[in-house]
Design a protein around this ligand. Structure first.
Ligand code: HAM
Length: 417
């Protein structure tokens, strides 16, 4: 019986992998332009990191984690997101005594046991940035500039909308939550079961409920954005002013609260205009480093869903033109040809030329067909007669033109330019 891939996972190959490579290349260019340090952290971590860091009451921790006991009896979880892991690493490696602020970026797979939907997988990839050590709104601006710049570089700005909000600090949020609960309490029995649970455990998340009966009750609820303290309100105004100045279009969406518990003040999401799903999200998380045992270090960051970005590019008909097509394919017609020219092939490859040759003893016709299929720009045919004179028949596959060339490295290089 054949073994098949797991639900929610994919094999990525051929044309699709080229789109991924295009996105990855642009991410690396952005990382360089914004002076970001790459960080790679483990795919699995202690379960406690996420329950404490992301929050026991979040869907991610409650329902979606891949958690298991390893052979030593430790509770292990495949990372459902990377912020908690980067914060763990920040604390463990004492980065706060290195330089401050410091900006990290990462690209990696993460795992959530979710119901399958368009653009939603159980194994997915994020490009993320975490900026530690600044409580200024300027760090929030920088994080939005980075993420916005990536969409711009990829040419998909018209496919997404940036929505921002502020969910306040612990003080103004506590007062707001009391106000929100007072407003909801008289109608709580009419709301869905999830909202009833959230009322006690995480009332802000009720604003995210998609059930019509809950939405209609919440339509006139007080909003956190209208109940910020002076400091949070000033920060939010400063952020908006900076985005206006930088010509970054956004909408204020007072309902954005985010699904992970560590946020405060600025939160934001990029949403696909066509599908209404988030292609990225982030915000400020000033207490997470402390929560996970470090010093007080303010921080801000984001994660962009690369699978969804690739999906948008693909559906807009994007084709990665920077293909790695073969420059020259050697059609080698006997054992001697194979053995005599291995070192030339090695040297050409070592000079950055994309070279391929037959490794399965195909006939001449089959080798030519293969060269066509892999889009070789040139083929070089070497048979018994050619070996005697150290020449090859070089055929330009676009024009069909054929010439004899001497088979030394520089001559081949000159002829396939
Ligand atoms: P998040 O909103 O949970 O935030 O995920 C960020 C992005 O990852 C989403 O907007 C979406 O594009 C993508 N994503 C999430 N789940 C899936 C899935 N099942 N399939 C495909 N794509 C998915 C975080 O993870 C935070 N750690 C972001 C952050 C970094 N905040 C501060 N720093």
């Amino acid at each position: 019986m054949k073994v098949t891939k797991q639900k929610g996972t994919r094999d990525i190959y051929l044309d699709d992998i080229k789109i991924w490579q295009f996105v990855e290349r642009n991410i690396r260019e952005i990382a360089n332009a914004y002076n970001l340090n790459e960080i790679r952290t483990p795919v699995f971590e202690a379960t406690e990191l996420f329950s404490r860091g992301v929050g026991e009451e979040t869907d991610v921790v409650n329902k979606e984690m891949y958690t298991f006991l390893d052979k030593g009896g430790r509770s292990i979880t495949l990372r459902p997101e990377l912020t908690a892991g980067v914060v763990r690493s920040y604390i463990e490696n004492g980065f706060d005594s290195y330089i401050s602020p410091i900006k990290f970026w990462y690209m990696g797979n993460m795992y959530r046991y979710e119901k399958m939907q368009k653009g939603r997988f159980r194994e997915f990839t994020q490009f993320g940035v975490e900026i530690f050590g600044s409580d200024s709104y300027l760090a929030d601006v920088e994080s939005i500039l980075i993420s916005y710049n990536l969409y711009k570089k990829l040419g998909i700005l018209d496919k997404i909308t940036l929505s921002i909000n502020s969910i306040g600090c612990s003080e103004c949020r506590a007062q707001y939550i009391k106000k929100l609960k007072d407003y909801i309490r008289p109608n709580l029995d009419k709301m869905c079961d999830t909202c009833k649970i959230r009322f006690d455990k995480n009332p802000l998340r009720m604003l995210d409920c998609k059930e019509e009966r809950c939405k209609s009750i919440l339509d006139n609820a007080p909003m956190i954005t209208d109940n910020l303290c002076k400091e949070c309100s000033d920060d939010f105004e400063n952020l908006k002013e900076a985005l206006n100045k930088a010509s970054i279009p956004y909408v204020v969406d007072k309902r954005i609260v985010r699904g992970l518990d560590y946020y405060n003040k600025t939160v934001y999401e990029y949403v696909s205009n066509e599908y209404g799903i988030a292609t990225g999200g982030g915000g400020r998380y000033d207490t997470l480093v402390e929560t996970l045992g470090g010093n007080h270090v303010p921080a801000v960051g984001f994660g962009l869903g690369m699978d969804r970005i690739v999906m948008l590019l693909k559906e807009s008909g994007f084709v990665n033109s920077a293909t790695n097509d073969v420059d020259i394919y050697f059609i080698l017609l006997n054992k001697e040809a194979h053995l005599n020219y291995l070192s030339l092939i090695f040297d050409l490859r070592n000079n950055g030329v994309n070279v391929d040759f037959d490794i399965s003893n195909k006939s001449f016709k089959a080798q030519l067909k293969y060269a066509n299929k892999i889009n070789a720009r040139f083929v070089c045919i070497i048979g018994e007669d050619e070996i005697k004179n150290n020449i090859g028949i070089l055929k330009n596959m676009d024009t069909g033109e054929q010439i004899n060339i001497t088979l030394d490295l520089n001559n081949v290089l000159n002829n396939i330019k």
